[in-house]
Design a protein around this ligand. Structure first.
Ligand code: FAD
Ligand code: SF4
Length: 483
C-alpha cells in the first residue's frame, strides 16, 4: 500500500474516493479492472489498524464510533472508522436481497420501488460472491433466482437445522456468508470460534485479505487520518475535497469524486457542501434485531460448522408485508450469544434465534447538520410496521420448530443496535424523489457518485452489504462501459 502525506494529496488522484469500506473498495475493484492506469486518491478518516493490531487490542479501531456523532435517538449505531471501514467489524453474512425488496411499493403497496431490479443485480451479485468469496448452499435458487452454486461449499448445519429442514415445505437454508469453508490464499478456514468482528484465522472476508489488490494497486494512493469535511462545487461540477489532517485543512482536487463515508457521513458532507437532492440526510434507519431463546428438551445444540448456520425464510415475503415488516430467522451456533443454559447437565439444550425485521424508512428520521462538527442523529425508534412483523414472526415459531423437542420459546430482548445503517442519500429515478440515480450518480452533479448502504431506499430484512457491494461494481461498469 502506498501511503502519502496530506501535503502530497493535493493533486494525487484523478479519482478522489472518500472512505475505504465496502462501497468505496468494490467500486474501485471494477473501476481499476476497466481503467488500470487510473490515478486514485483514497482519503480515509481513520488510521490503518492492521489485523494484528485489532487482534492484540481486541477492537477494530482506535477511534470509538460513538465519539463521531451526537445521538438523540433511543437506539445506538455501530460501524468502524479506519482503513477498510466496516469490512473489519462485520460478521460476513452475505445473502442477497429478495426480488420483492426492490419492488416493495408495486408488490405490497408500502415504501418505494428501487430504480434497479433484482435481475439487474444478478451478474454483480455473482461477482461479489466470487471476490469475497462466499460460501453457501446450492438449493437457494427457489428464493433467490440465479444463485446457482457458491464458490465455497456450505458450512455444516447443526442437527437442529437438519430437524427443521425435515418439515415438508420448509424454507430453511444454510446462510450464505463470507467465512471460508476451505483455506484460500493464506487465509485459514472458519473454525466456528464466533468472534467474527475479529477473526483469528482470516476466514472472514475483510478489505485486507480480500481486496488487497485494490489497496495495493500501483495507481492507488492512500492518505489516512484525513477527515473529509466538504466538497467544493463550481458551476455544477465537484472540483475539490476539503479535508482535515493533523489539525490543518487541506484540499484535494480531482475529476471524479466517490463518496463512501457511510450513511451518517455521506449526507453530512453533502449538507456541509450545500449539495442537495430529495431527502439528503433523511430516511435514516436500520432493521430491528431481536433475540429469541428456545429451550430444548434433550436436544444438544451448538454442533454446527460456523457462528450462524442457517436462516429461515418463511416470513421473508408475502402479503403480510403490506401491514408489517418482512422477517428472517438466523439460527445462532454461537454459545456466547447470550450464553449456555443454566441447568445442571443441560447447558447445550438451548438455541438462540436472531430475528431481523424490516422497518419503514421514514423521512422524519435523519442526520442533521446543526452547525457543529458532529452530525446530530434523530430517530424515533422502531415503528409499528417492525413491531407487528416481530410479533408475527415470534408467533410463527412453534410451527417452524415443530420437529424439535421445544420446551419454550421466549422473546428475550430487542437489541439497541445492529450495524446496518441505511437511507440518507437514497437512489431513485429523479431528483424529486432521491439523491442519486440507478448508477449511484448524483442527479445534479454528474462527477459525484455516492456508494454504500446510504443509497438504499428500503431495507428488506436480510443483511445489506452484499447488495451495496454489487451496486458499486455495477456503478463502475455503467460509468465506464455503458454510458
Ligand atoms: C458489528 C457489525 C457486524 C456487521 N455484520 C454484517 C454482516 O454480517 N453482514 C452484512 O451484510 N452487514 C453487516 N454489517 C453491516 C456492514 O458493515 C455495513 O452494511 C457496511 O459496512 C456498509 O458499507 P459502507 O461502504 O456504506 O460503509 P463502511 O464500510 O462503514 O465504510 C465507510 C468508510 O468511510 C470512512 N469515513 C467515514 N467518514 C469519513 C470522512 N468524513 N472522511 C473520510 N473517510 C470517512 C470510514 O472510516 C470507513 O472507511 C455489520 C456491521 C457491524 C457494525
Ligand atoms: S467463526 Fe471464527 S473462524 Fe469463523 S469467521 Fe468467525 S471468527 Fe473467523
Amino acid at each position: 500500500m502506498q501511503f502519502i502525506t496530506a501535503e502530497d494529496a493535493a493533486g494525487a488522484g484523478d479519482v478522489v474516493v472518500v472512505g475505504s469500506g465496502f462501497g468505496s473498495l468494490f467500486f474501485l475493484k471494477r473501476y481499476l479492472e476497466l481503467k488500470p492506469r487510473s490515478r486514485i486518491l483514497i482519503l480515509e478518516r481513520g488510521r490503518h489498524n492492521t489485523s494484528e493490531w485489532q487482534q492484540k487490542n481486541l477492537k477494530n479501531s482506535d477511534l470509538p464510533e460513538t465519539s463521531t456523532f451526537v445521538n438523540e435517538s433511543p437506539k445506538d449505531w455501530a460501524f468502524t472508522i479506519g482503513l477498510g471501514g466496516s469490512t473489519n467489524c462485520w460478521w460476513g453474512q452475505s445473502p442477497r436481497l429478495h426480488p420483492s425488496d426492490f419492488e416493495l411499493r408495486t408488490r405490497h403497496g408500502v415504501g418505494v420501488d428501487w430504480p434497479v431490479t433484482y435481475d439487474d443485480l444478478i451478474p454483480y451479485y455473482k461477482q461479489v460472491e466470487r471476490i469475497m468469496p462466499v460460501s453457501g448452499p446450492d438449493d437457494l435458487d427457489s428464493e433467490f433466482p440465479g444463485t446457482g452454486q457458491y464458490p465455497q461449499r456450505p458450512h455444516r448445519m447443526s442437527s437442529a437445522d437438519e430437524r427443521i429442514r425435515s418439515t415438508p415445505g420448509h424454507k430453511h437454508f444454510v446462510v450464505p456468508n463470507a467465512r471460508l469453508t476451505s483455506p484460500l490464499n493464506g487465509r485459514g478456514k472458519c473454525c466456528a470460534s464466533s468472534t467474527c468482528n475479529i477473526c483469528p484465522t482470516g476466514a472472514k472476508f475483510t478489505a485486507f485479505n480480500g481486496l488487497a489488490d485494490v489497496l495495493s494497486h500501483p495507481g492507488v494512493r492512500i492518505c489516512t487520518e484525513s477527515e473529509v469535511r466538504a466538497l467544493d462545487v463550481e458551476a455544477g461540477t465537484v472540483r475539490k475535497a476539503l479535508f482535515a489532517h493533523g489539525g490543518r485543512e487541506h484540499l484535494a482536487s480531482g475529476d471524479l469524486f466517490v463518496l463512501g463515508a457511510n450513511a451518517i457521513f455521506n449526507p453530512l458532507i453533502l449538507m456541509k457542501s450545500g449539495i442537495g437532492g430529495h431527502g439528503v440526510g433523511r430516511y435514516f434507519g436500520e432493521k430491528m434485531f431481536a433475540r429469541v431463546e428456545v429451550l430444548l428438551d434433550g436436544h444438544q445444540h451448538f454442533d454446527g460448522g460456523t457462528a450462524t448456520t442457517c436462516f429461515n425464510l418463511s416470513r421473508l415475503d408475502g402479503p403480510h408485508r403490506g401491514q408489517m415488516g418482512s422477517a428472517v430467522y438466523y439460527i445462532e451456533n454461537n454459545p456466547m450469544i447470550p450464553g449456555l443454559r443454566v441447568a445442571k447437565g443441560r447447558w447445550r439444550e438451548v438455541m438462540q434465534v436472531s430475528v431481523y425485521v424490516e422497518d419503514l424508512l421514514l423521512e422524519s428520521n435523519g442526520i442533521f447538520d446543526e452547525g457543529g462538527e458532529l452530525p446530530v442523529l434523530r430517530h424515533a425508534g422502531f415503528g409499528s410496521y417492525a413491531r407487528r412483523g416481530l410479533q408475527a414472526a415470534v408467533d410463527a415459531m412453534p410451527a417452524m420448530l415443530k420437529n424439535l423437542p421445544v420446551e419454550s420459546i421466549t422473546l428475550k430482548e430487542i437489541f439497541p443496535v445492529l450495524g446496518h445503517l441505511q437511507g440518507t442519500t437514497r437512489m431513485g429515478l429523479t431528483k424529486e424523489d432521491s439523491v442519486v440515480d440507478a448508477g449511484l450518480m448524483h442527479h445534479d452533479h454528474r462527477n459525484l457518485l455516492i456508494v454504500g448502504t446510504s443509497v438504499f431506499p428500503t431495507m428488506g430484512s436480510v443483511n445489506p452489504t452484499l447488495t451495496a457491494s454489487a451496486l458499486s461494481l455495477r456503478a463502475a461498469e455503467r460509468m465506464l462501459v455503458r454510458r
